[in-house]
Design a protein around this ligand. Structure first.
Ligand SMILES: Cc1ncc(COP(=O)(O)OP(=O)(O)O)c(N)n1
Ligand code: 3NM
Ligand code: MG
Length: 493
């Protein structure tokens, strides 16, 4: 049974309905999370000015926590406006208590400094906020807030994100929306993996942006509460924002609040990804295709096997595509194995992809090579392309899918759709809905679904419109593998 994730928003109320708790509630409703609101201040403001901020007594907030904690335990605590120094002190005790007791709770902090309509919310300084930062998992400042927190006067968002993490935050997302230019890039730094994620969208100059910062932070909270990794929460939150800004044109007379919409699915709103691999290959052309046009001719079953014996058993069954995935063999064994596999595939006119070993795949003239995200930077994509080999790339979620799609490979794999015992995919189980999402994002590149797919699950996966289903154990552990292949082939016609 699926339960709705719960986000607690500890933030201020904006009586004009645009920012703070109002933005959080509307975003939560759009993104299918339950929101409990602990209001830190009753502010008086409209779309033009901030009139007053009336902080809530900490005793009331304490009572709310005590009442909610056993009843509606949070998955994410999102913090917005901290309206008094008493509240800051209270949060610095509350957050460790909750995190000790409920170890899965993550804290997202949107450091609201001044109102978008002008005026300061409290006398708390950036320096005061530093003590809460080691209790924060994700922080979502704009450039100005990031500069204030770090004391560094730069517009280099990479540097700002890293500097914030040095103050104790695990993941810092610095929003570039306030910079001048044609595009708006947000940068996330993951200090646990020492990795940057960069998402860029065309700038939409909107006068309907009141509450945009709160909505972005709430969207990040909602996607994290649903279990998404930071990179996928970031890509989807960026799409959610772009979708909202684009709504702008629907209203002729409107008072200026950001428009929350719905779960992002439409590829026009998803960001471009700017990763090291794109800097390494700024002018890569498309890889050779695999002789199918998306949606018109499907590849069907894609067995992934680890020996010549398996290739010999399966190729005569009329397989369109197959992969040799071997691990832990010496270079000499691999050389021999791949040479034999390529010769066999040529006999049966089967599209043979070699997993990982792109040099040997080139050397022996394989049909294609399959590469995982971790190996992308090490492989020589120019050499693979110039040798005429097709390229398949693994992806796990929409961020990696968009990243890999920009390299224009021959196919994109998406997994793990279900839990699998073949490979450790902890934290990266996608389910059917995420597969559907990336199919919407795909630009005429065939999509292969992989991970935990068996005969029982295959019809639901196939119904998404995916071009191919890759399987290991559903064939290799079947009591009669050839019969299992035939049953799959009947299912995937
Ligand atoms: C079709 C297909 N999809 C995904 C994978 C996984 O590749 P990778 O991420 O490189 O992991 P390993 O298979 O090398 O463990 C695949 N092989 N095939
Ligand atoms: C090799 C592999 N790659 C995956 C990915 O998601 O990238 S899932 C996976 C295992 C597929 O095996 P089975 O069909 O036995 O679940
Ligand atoms: Mg690999």
């Amino acid at each position: 049974m699926k339960t709705k994730p719960i986000v607690w928003s500890i933030a201020g109320a904006d009586c004009s309905g645009g920012a703070g708790i109002a933005a959080d509630i509307k975003t939560a409703q759009s993104l299918k999370v339950e929101l409990c609101h602990l209001i830190t201040a009753n502010t008086v403001q409209n779309s033009k000015s901030l009139v007053s901020v009336n902080p809530t007594d900490v005793e009331i907030l304490k009572q709310q926590v005590a009442t909610l904690i056993t009843d509606k335990q949070p998955d994410i605590i999102k913090i917005g406006l901290i309206a008094s120094s008493e509240q800051l002190t209270w949060l610095c005790t509350l957050l460790p208590d909750i995190k000790n007791q409920y170890t899965k709770v993550n804290v997202v902090f949107d450091p609201v400094g001044s109102a978008s309509v002008g005026g300061k919310f409290s006398n708390i300084t950036a320096n005061d906020l530093i003590k809460i930062l080691p209790l924060v998992d994700v922080i979502t400042p704009n450039i100005i807030e990031a500069q204030q927190l770090t004391g560094i006067n730069t517009s280099d968002t990479d540097q700002l994100a890293q500097a914030i993490c040095a103050l104790g935050v695990k993941y810092a997302i610095v929003k570039g929306g306030h910079q001048i230019g044609k595009s708006a890039q947000d940068v996330a730094f993951d200090s646990t993996l020492n990795l940057f994620y960069r998402v860029t969208s065309a700038r939409i100059d909107s006068s309907f942006s009141h509450g945009g910062g709160c909505s972005f932070s709430s969207a990040i909270s909602a996607f994290l509460a649903h279990g998404y990794l930071l990179r996928d929460a970031l890509a989807q939150a960026k799409a959610f924002m772009q979708q909202g800004f684009a709504k702008n044109g629907d209203f002729n007379e409107y008072y200026g609040a950001f428009e929350q919409t719905h779960w992002p699915q439409d590829k026009q709103f998803f960001p471009a990804i700017d990763a090291d691999i794109h800097r390494k290959y700024p002018t890569l052309s498309a890889f050779a295709d695999i002789g199918t046009t998306r949606g018109e001719q499907k590849l069907g079953l894609y067995p992934v096997v680890d020996s010549i014996e398996w290739l010999e058993t399966l190729m005569p069954l009329g397989i369109e595509i197959i992969q040799l995935r071997v691990k832990n063999k010496s270079q000499a064994e691999l050389d021999n194995l791949i040479e034999k596999a390529v010769a066999l595939a040529k006999n049966y006119h089967t599209r043979l992809f070699i997993n990982d070993y792109w040099q040997l795949a080139i050397k022996h003239g394989a049909y294609g090579v399959h590469i995982g995200q971790e190996d992308l930077l090490d492989a020589d994509l120019h050499a693979i392309q110039q040798a005429g080999l097709r390229l398949g790339i693994s992806t796990h979620g929409c961020y990696e899918f968009l990243l890999a799609q920009q390299l224009k490979p021959s196919y994109l794999a998406m997994g793990a759709i279900f839990p699998t015992k073949t490979k450790d995919m902890t934290g990266q189980i996608q389910g059917i809905d995420n597969l559907k999402q990336v199919l919407n994002l795909s630009e005429d590149i065939p999509v292969v679904a992989i991970g935990g797919i068996n005969e029982e699950r295959a019809p639901d996966v196939w119904a998404t419109g995916t071009d191919s289903i890759a399987v290991v154990t559903a064939i290799t552990e079947a009591s009669n593998p050839s019969e299992a292949v035939k049953r799959f082939q009947r299912l995937l016609f």
